[in-house]
Design a protein around this ligand. Structure first.
Ligand SMILES: Nc1ncnc2c1ncn2[C@@H]1O[C@H](COP(=O)(O)OP(=O)(O)O)[C@@H](O)[C@H]1O
Ligand SMILES: [Mg+2]
Length: 272
């Protein structure tokens, strides 16, 4: 997946700066002989923090790529404010930013250059504005002192913050986060959850978060979707998800360790 695909026009040319709404209808997607997503239907409201949870391999990142327009579904469709995100012309109409799971920072570039590169190459704003935008994004995340550091000099949590700052430089109306807290300790994960919630308040951006971090999902989200083996099991508020009686969702959120009947000996679980 390449960030260069997420091409946008200068913000002044965009018509509307408000957060965007997303509709996913009857979406299916597969690769070669493997069907990954089955008949997904979702309506994500403007300004919402919407979290997609599910076990590894359930299709979360694939769904995010369809929403970002990096790939097109086999059947069904995605619409962002009524427009197809995979159409190049759509990209000129709103600003979308992706925060990749691994950060996707360039190791040989400083933090400043990592943030400035994309707006520079794609003329997101006048050159004179780039420095202000980059420093402002770093300030919002309280990491302005990292501007001349290389990614290798940063901790995992700092790298994630730099990756989020890079998204902010785009002044996005929609931010897609893929596993923003993976590989982070609980305190760092809580920091990222606070950042996601703060950005929603400050910028009224629509946020879609893919994560299997239960604390993140159930505290900062407005709604949560549970994906399992390519199918949506539930879409509801964190309170409703927490109190569900569905044994599969309960087991996913709160797995019990049972040494008399271990999961790795169960056929279905070992196939997931
Ligand atoms: N580009 C691809 N080509 C073939 N198979 C893929 C591709 N991307 C994902 N898959 C498969 O789709 C399934 C779901 O992957 P993914 O969405 O990455 O899971 P996760 O929920 O962990 O993000 C996996 O079985 C994966 O191997
Ligand atoms: Mg993934």
């Amino acid at each position: 997946m390449s960030a260069a695909k997420l091409k946008t026009k200068p913000s002044a040319e965009r018509q509307d700066r408000s957060p965007v709404g997303i509709e996913v209808s009857s979406l299916s997607k597969g690769y070669d002989h493997q069907q990954v997503l089955f008949d997904i239907n979702l309506a994500i409201k403007p300004g919402e923090i919407f979290t997609i949870m599910g076990p590894s391999g359930s299709g979360k990142s694939v769904l995010l790529r369809q929403i970002a327009g990096l790939e097109s579904p086999d059947t069904g469709k995605v619409r962002i404010n009524g427009l197809d995100p995979a159409e190049p012309a759509t990209r000129d109409r709103f600003a979308l930013a992706l925060v990749f799971q691994a950060g996707a920072l360039f190791n040989s570039l400083t933090v400043y250059d990592n943030l400035a590169l994309y707006p520079m190459e794609h003329h997101i704003c006048p050159k004179s504005e780039i420095r202000d935008r980059v420093m402002h994004a770093l300030q919002i995340l309280s990491i302005e002192n990292t501007f001349n550091k290389l990614p290798a000099e940063l901790s995992g949590g700092m790298k994630k913050r730099v990756a989020i700052a890079r998204a902010l430089v785009m002044e996005p109306q929609l931010i897609l986060y893929d596993e923003p807290t993976s590989e982070l300790d609980p305190v760092m994960s809580a920091t990222i959850a606070e950042i996601i919630a703060t950005l929603k308040e400050q910028f009224t951006v629509t946020s879609i978060v893919v994560s299997h971090d239960r604390d993140l999902a159930l505290t900062v989200s407005d709604r949560v979707a549970i994906l399992r083996q390519g199918r949506l099991l539930a879409v509801d508020t964190p309170a409703a998800i927490r109190s569900t009686s569905d044994p599969v969702i309960r087991d996913f959120l709160n797995p019990q360790i049972d040494l008399r009947n271990p999961r790795f000996k169960q056929l279905e679980a070992s196939n997931e």
